[in-house]
Design a binder for this molecule. Structure first.
Ligand code: AHR
Length: 632
């Protein structure tokens, strides 16, 4: 029975209530939304990003017609600039006459470079040569076994000073597995850097732009806001970078590294274990938000590392610098073109301000008091210069009760504008917590539900999220903003499931959760009409479905993780003998069925399944998770 009180007036619903959260997780940026087709274009990949990387990752040597030579990635005084330190030194032996060619081939992302017949692809490279007469360079697209798919693009490199060369390649076939070859004839030393290939057809045709199918899927959601760039990667450098001698790369996301000409942007070891080129940077995020009509919502690091690495930086000078960086960010977004950072925005192509109104400080903070002390400094400085900005504070992960309560208490007492909440739970939890915000203080800080998802990508998950979202909408006076997370995932390389949109190197598809988000974002109401529903339960009886279990842990924090059932059965166990230092799915995960009162593993191969459709929720099984801390 549904009783609707049409005469009553419920809270107004902001058109921005539902939005998207883009984090560079699951290879969402390089090889994902960022349309660059060359992987490791500036030869900066290395073990600080991921132990399996080298500066030649994704590159191979190639030779034809008797030409020989050597290639080597060097970091010497001849570098392109101080922030782009490595380049490729090609020493040509001159053994191939005028027709033989020696050089390198890039294999792109995933299966290779995806090309569409007849479309235009913009090639560029920074190069220099020690040959006074110049070096003849050729760029072409080819198959893995060397069949050339385009008319080769000829370029003469002249002079021993770095110069950018450009040209266009038009493939004669459609393929998903091409390679880009850059080869040269003759002898001498040729230096190459920033070898790049972009489809001309990016989203809205922007240079240094975004992959069209992915950007269009996000735009089709009609999001009210775009939160970026993270997530855990905001506060914390790469796990791999914790290992000496890579300490200097253990840094939080610094927005200033990500703007300006791409060849001058720094690179970073991504928190999620891969290389981050920053080709998709703050300018591109703001531009994308504008292009899809979403309010931009950047998040800056608060100098406390959450996400399992809980450390607070005690460095007043660094804190001051980060606060100044945040003020500069507001100027970059909103300042006049006469201001230093407003000028930078204009130089990049956008003299008009981006209209920043909201800004987040910190993400999933696990050290409540340390975070709040630093947040207070940020807040004081921002409010003094920009009282018009809504500052979003943090509540830590909702799963960590004491931290969450302490942070909410601190936020409430300080009267902050808005608090970011995150949670990932079972579908059952979402069904049972539709009323979560009914009891929130109407006069306290507003809620930004920055991250949530029910843990799988099945229909039941999407349905439970939709049910939960009706509770968000009913409480639109408290829950001002909400975004599902994560947004994007490479189907072959990902660190987190479930996700909203999946992709490989040429296709993308929305999950059932994507459809729910699209439904809500494209049909946001103006105002809540109070209503009440009642029903008689129609489902009862014993539970017969399978239960999938998984957990994530890191040996940086724990020696052992063990999940046991109430009857003492061990369901999952991992002692991290392999010494994993990053978040890893615990071995032994699988699908478990309840048979004759015992747990039986039915499918060892099933991964990352917390609950299956129809499962009433893992908490009903009274499971215990025991994590043993590392000694010391
Ligand atoms: O959305 C994936 C991760 O979940 C985010 O980086 C982090 O904030 C949360 O733990």
């Amino acid at each position: 029975t549904l009783a609707v009180d049409a005469a009553a007036t419920g809270p107004a619903i902001d058109p921005t209530q539902y939005g998207v959260f883009f984090e560079d997780i699951n290879n969402a940026a390089d090889g994902g939304l960022y349309a660059e087709l060359v992987q490791n274009r500036s030869f900066e990949f290395g073990p600080a990003d991921n132990r399996s990387y080298t500066p030649l990752t994704s590159w191979q040597q190639t030779a034809s017609g008797g030409a020989t030579g050597t290639v080597k990635v060097v970091d010497d005084a001849e570098r392109l600039n101080e922030r782009n330190r490595n380049h490729l030194r090609v020493d040509l032996a001159g053994t191939g006459g005028t027709t033989g060619r020696f050089g390198v081939v890039n294999s792109g992302y995933g299966a290779g470079i995806a090309l569409t017949e007849g479309r235009r692809y913009d090639f560029s490279v920074w190069a220099r040569t020690d040959r006074p007469a110049g070096t003849r360079l050729t760029a072409d697209l080819r198959t893995a076994d060397g069949t050339v798919l385009t008319a080769p693009l000829g370029i003469t490199v002249r002079g021993d000073r770095w110069t950018k060369y450009t040209g266009t390649l038009v493939p004669k076939v459609t393929t998903t597995a091409a390679r880009l070859a850059v080869t040269a004839a003759g002898s001498g030393t040729l230096r190459l850097d920033m070898v790049s290939l972009f489809p001309r057809d990016t989203y809205k045709g922007r240079a240094n732009g975004l992959r069209k199918d992915l950007a269009e899927k996000i735009a089709a959601l009609n999001p009210g806001f775009l939160r970026f760039p993270g997530g855990c990667l905001v506060n914390t450098g790469s796990h791999y970078a914790y290992e000496a001698p890579n300490w200097e790369r253990r840094r939080s996301y610094q927005w200033k590294d990500t703007v300006g000409p791409v060849e001058q942007r720094a690179v970073n070891a991504n928190f999620w274990g891969y290389h981050q080129s920053y080709g998709l940077g703050y300018y591109e995020y703001f531009q994308f938000a504008e292009d899809i009509g979403a309010m931009p919502l950047p998040v800056v690091p608060a100098l406390v590392t959450g996400c399992g690495q809980n450390q607070a930086t005690d460095d007043p000078a660094l804190l001051k610098r980060h606060i100044q960086d945040t003020l500069d960010l507001i100027e970059f977004a909103n300042g006049p073109v006469t201001s230093p950072w407003g000028r930078k925005r204009a130089e990049m192509g956008h003299p008009k301000p981006f209209g920043l109104t909201h800004l987040g400080v910190g993400n999933e903070e696990n050290l409540p008091d340390a975070f709040f002390a630093r947040f207070t400094e940020f807040r004081k400085a921002i409010e003094a210069e920009h009282p018009e900005i809504t500052i979003v504070s943090n509540s830590g992960p909702a799963s960590e009760g004491a931290t969450f309560d302490r942070l909410w208490d601190l936020n409430r007492r300080a009267g902050v504008d808005m608090v970011d909440e995150h949670y990932y739970n079972s579908p059952q939890w979402f069904l049972e917590n539709n009323d979560r915000y009914d009891s929130y203080d109407r006069n306290g800080p507003k809620v930004f539900l920055g991250e949530y998802a029910s843990r799988d990508n099945r229909f039941a998950n999407a349905l439970s999220e939709a049910a939960f979202m009706t509770g968000l909408e009913r409480n639109a006076d408290v829950v001002k903003l909400a975004s599902y997370a994560p947004l994007l995932a490479d189907v072959d390389k990902n660190q987190w499931r479930p996700d909203m949109i999946w992709f490989d190197n040429h296709r993308s598809w929305g999950s059932t959760s994507y459809e729910v988000q699209k439904l809500f974002m494209n049909n946001t109401g103006d105002r809540v009409v109070p209503s009440r529903a009642s029903t008689t339960p129609s489902v009862s009886g014993p539970i017969t479905g399978a239960v999938g279990l998984s957990t994530w842990a890191t040996s940086a924090a724990y020696d052992d993780v063990e999940v046991t059932a109430a009857n003492g059965d061990t369901l999952l166990k991992d002692d991290f003998t392999a010494g994993a230092s990053r978040w890893t799915p615990v071995a032994g995960r699988g699908t478990w069925a309840v048979q004759d009162g015992a747990y039986v593993q039915t499918d060892e191969a099933a991964e990352d399944t917390l609950v299956t459709a129809g499962d009433p929720g893992w908490q009903d099984y009274d499971l215990k998770v025991k994590a043993t801390k590392k000694s010391g």
